[in-house]
Design a protein around this ligand. Sequence first.
Ligand SMILES: C[S@@+](CC[C@H](N)C(=O)[O-])C[C@H]1O[C@@H](n2cnc3c(N)ncnc32)[C@H](O)[C@@H]1O
Length: 214
Amino acid sequence: MTNERGGARPGEGLHPTLTFLREWLRAPRSIAALSPSGRQLARLMVAQVPRDARRVIELGGGTGAITRALFDRGVPREGLLVLELNDALHRHLRERFAGVQVVHADARDLGGVLRRTGFLEAGPADAVISSLGLLAMPRRMQREILEGAFAALRADGCFVQFTYGPFGPVPRPLLVELGLGVRRHGVAWWNVPPAAVYVYRRLRPRMAAPARGR
Ligand SMILES: C[S@@+](CC[C@H](N)C(=O)[O-])C[C@H]1O[C@@H](n2cnc3c(N)ncnc32)[C@H](O)[C@@H]1O
C-alpha cells in the first residue's frame, strides 16, 4: 500500500474500512458511525470551506475520507490540523497523510492543542469540520467542543457537522446560549446511512443572546 504522497505505507496494511470497523467494535460510542464517510458526504462537508481557506481544523479525522476531500478542495497540506482520539485511527491518518499535522488528542482540548502546535500563530481558522458523534454527547461536552471551535474561528468562520439524526445535533438552548445560528446545508442520501450536514456560525452580535453563566 502507498500513502498519499506515493511512498510506502507502513503499519498494519489493513484496508481503512476494516480498521474503522475493528475500532467501532472496540469503541462504538466514540466512533459513532458504522462505516467511514462516503464521498458524497465528504464533498458536502467541504463545500462550506472557502476556496481560499488557509487554516482548517478537522475534528475526528477517522480514516481520512474528509481529510482527502479537504485537499481536493484546495486546502494546503500545512493549512490543515486534524485531531483524532482513537489510537489506531490516529496512526492510520499519520501514515496516510505524511507531513500533515495529525494530533492524537481529544477535541475538547482543542485550545491546548492549538497552544502546543502554534497552528493559529498566523491567524484564526477559516473552518472547523467535525465528524464527531455530537448528537450522542452530553450537552456539557457539546458546549466544550463548540466553545473551543468558535474560539479558534475567525468572526465569520463556520463549524460544519454531519448527523444521522432527523434534526440538527445541537439543542436550541445551547445555540442560544452560545449565540450561534444553524443552517441545514444538505443531505448525502448515498451515504451509509444517509447523513445531513449542518453549518453553524456566530450570529451577528446584536442578535446573539447574552451568554449565561455556567
Ligand atoms: C464518524 S467517525 C469518523 C468519520 C470520518 N469522517 C471517516 O470517514 O472515517 C468519528 C471519529 O471521531 C473520533 N472521535 C470521537 N470522539 C472524539 C474526540 N472527543 N476527539 C477527537 N476525535 C474523536 C472517532 O475516533 C472517530 O474516528
